[in-house]
Structure formats: C-alpha cells, structure tokens
Design a binder for this molecule. Structure first.
Ligand code: ZN
Length: 396
C-alpha cells in the first residue's frame, strides 16, 4: 500500500465493515438479504454492476458484483468469494456474539474468521480497485448457506454458466491463516428412511420391521466402506488416503414388543474422487431396490425405502498447474500447498473451469466455536494480498 496512512485507513475501514457484518445475524437458513443489500450498496456506489440469485422463497440471496476493467486485456477476471452465513451460536460466549468486540490483538464475534473477515477486507479494498486503471474485471461473490452443505453457491454457479462466466481465477477466503489450500475431499450427507408395517412382536412374520431392514442397509454400507479402501488412489494426497464413510445415527422403534414401522439412518461419505461417490450410491441403491425392498413388499406392498440427499459438497481437486495458486504464491511468496479436512465452495467454481484457491484470513481453529475471533493482523495480511492483486490487475 502506498503510504502508512492509507494502510491504516484501510485497516480501520475493514474493522468497521467487519463490525457491521457481524451485527447482521445471518445464521444459515435464515434471511441474509439485509447483509447482501449492505454489500451491494457499497459496491454500487463505486460503480459496480451486480445481480442477485435467490432460494425458492426469495429470503436468502447470493450477490455477484463486478468492477469492470477500464483497459480490458487478455487477463483472466478475478473472483473474490465468501459465504455470508454463519453457524448458530451456543451458550457460553464471553461477549455478545453479534457485537464485534476487540480485546488486545483479536476481534471477537460470530463469523469473525468464518468468514466475514475476508468479506470485510474485500469491501474495504473495493474503493481502491474502483479508482485503479484495472485491466481485468474484479468480481465480488457473496453466497448464502455454505455451512449447510453449500446450498447457495450452486444457484449462483448456474447463473454464471448462463452468463458465460466460466473462466477466471477465484480466491475463496475461508480461514486458512492465508495459507494456500488447493484440495479437499467432497462431503456428501444422506438420510435414508425405511417404512414397514407395525405389529405385535410375537408374530414377526406379519409385520415388516423397518429397524431390521435399516440394519441390513447399514451392514451393506460397512461392507462398501471396505471396498472404498481398496479403491484408494495410489497418489492420494489425503489422510486417510481413501474415501471414508460414517454412520451418524440409527433412529427407530417404540417398544420391545412392537415391530418398528419406521426407522431412519443418517450417514455420510467423503469421496477422494467423484467416481467413489457414484460407485457407492449405485451399489447401495441397487441393494436397497433389488434386494431389501422386494423382500419388504412381499409382506407389505406399501413398504418404502427413501434416500434423501442432505447435501453433496463437491470435492476440490488438486490442479498441478493452477493459475489461482500461482497468483497467490507470487504475491505472498508462499509456495506451499496444503489440503484441509473441511469442505468449501471451491469444487463448485472449479467444476465450471474457474481456477480456484482457498486462502483467507484467520484460523479454522476458531471457526464454529464459542468466542470465535480473528487476529487483527490477519486482516492486514489479507489487505496486503488484495493490494498485490491490484498490482497484478493494472497495466504498466
Ligand atoms: Zn466457512
């Protein structure tokens, strides 16, 4: 940044914006439109064009705003992307989670690091981009409901495809302590519902026990888990190297002497490659529809097995020649590449051909926790990265 003075001003402004953002209670699943309008106002005043996409009820909003290049060149546009939702708060906070509070070198508040800190930095820096002689477009992408299995971003991505935005470099500012993350596994969550026929336990042949069929289904999942291990890619960069599968819960039955007519199973898988997710689901569906269900229907024709997708967060694959990683490396001097165990929206941007990197201020250690905070110095580091991007986005 040009002088010590502007740099102080920028930092103070990012703290002020972060304070405003934290005050919007944008818990996943709830209305985030006030926060989106706040961001849209700031960017529009700077001359940005923007469009919004919505959920079915039009309560939750994605914003995509653009500061257009003044001297268009061949350079790929840059997308600065963050999710606007935060996870719910539990009891035990030492401060009001929706009032940003600075203590020593930290700013406390829900979303401080995950990930309103990044959004605040991009908004604080936007006036500088708008005054600069940009030779590429800079986009600001703010999504809803990332924390609940990336529900908002796919709606935005569909619109980007329609508008022909399928090339570019995307920086997703999830908290990585400004380290470069270039891969993570997918995260697919499901609930499978079993409906059979209730009856007296003394005559098991006259009922269809949903609990028993659910148990056989769970056994099949455990059997398939072993197959996933065998499918582990040789050059896997993950720990563990293979796709994982976990049963989160089995719920069913009312009494010892009653055949359970209802049961459901919560389960999830984290595929290292997309093919594993396809393999697992097709094997499992085949077993449910061709083995279990016909058996259930022999006794009770209205029996059913229904698998509901809770969320399928696409994996983020390592790209050895990533424009996005190279850009950040050039600006920060950090040439390391790491993988993380949490999911992000990165795979969704990558899927439409946008080179993507996850890199942002703050630590995932503080995310989703009581007394979430961001170390203020992280905001300064992020502002320096945004300044570097300006340097790479003006013609000499
Ligand atoms: Zn996040």
């Amino acid at each position: 940044m040009s002088t010590e003075n502007t740099s102080d001003q920028l930092f103070n402004n990012s703290v002020k914006i972060l304070t405003d953002l934290i005050a919007f209670k944008t818990i996943s699943g709830e209305d985030n439109s006030s926060l989106i309008n706040y961001c849209d106002e700031i960017l529009k005043k700077l001359g940005a064009t923007s469009f919004k996409t919505f959920d079915d009820e039009k309560k939750r909003v994605n914003l995509f705003a653009t500061l257009k290049a003044k001297n268009p060149s061949e350079k790929k546009p840059i997308i600065l992307s963050g999710h606007t939702d935060v996870v719910p708060v539990s009891k035990g906070w030492n401060t009001d989670p929706f009032v940003a509070t600075i203590k020593d070198d930290k700013l406390f508040g829900r979303g401080a690091c995950d990930m309103k800190g990044f959004i605040a930095c991009t908004l604080a820096f936007a006036p500088i981009y708008s005054k600069a002689n940009l030779d590429r477009d800079i986009h600001f992408s703010y999504t809803f409901d990332e924390e609940t299995a990336c529900i908002g971003a796919p709606i935005l991505i569909e619109e980007l495809k329609k508008r022909g935005v399928k090339d570019g470099i995307c920086i997703i500012g999830e908290p990585t302590n400004m380290k470069i993350i270039d891969a993570h596994k997918g995260c697919y969550e499901y609930t499978t519902y079993f409906e059979g026929l209730a009856g007296h336990s003394s005559a098991p042949h006259k009922g269809v026990s949903a609990v028993e069929y659910a148990s056989r289904y769970v056994n099949k999942l455990i059997e398939l888990r072993e197959k996933l291990k065998e499918r582990s890619p040789k050059d896997s960069i993950f720990d563990p190297p293979h796709s994982t599968l976990s049963i989160g819960g089995i719920f069913g039955g009312i009494a010892h002497n009653v055949i359970a007519d209802k049961c459901h199973v919560n389960w999830e898988t984290r595929p290292v490659v997309k093919e594993d997710g396809v393999f697992l689901n097709s094997e499992l569906d085949k077993y449910a529809n061709e083995v279990l269900l016909p058996d259930m229907k022999k006794v009770f024709p209205n029996s059913s097995i229904t698998k509901k997708i809770i969320g399928e967060v696409t994996g983020f694959d390592r790209d050895k020649k990533s424009n996005a990683c190279e850009l950040v490396s050039n600006l920060t001097g950090d040439n390391t590449r790491e993988v993380v165990s949490f999911g992000t929206e990165a795979g969704l941007f990558q899927e439409i051909g946008i080179s993507t990197v996850v890199c942002g201020p703050g630590s995932i250690e503080q995310a989703h926790k009581i007394d979430e905070f961001i170390v203020l110095d992280e905001l300064k580091k992020c502002l320096r990265l945004l300044d570097g991007i300006k340097g790479q986005s003006i013609s000499n």
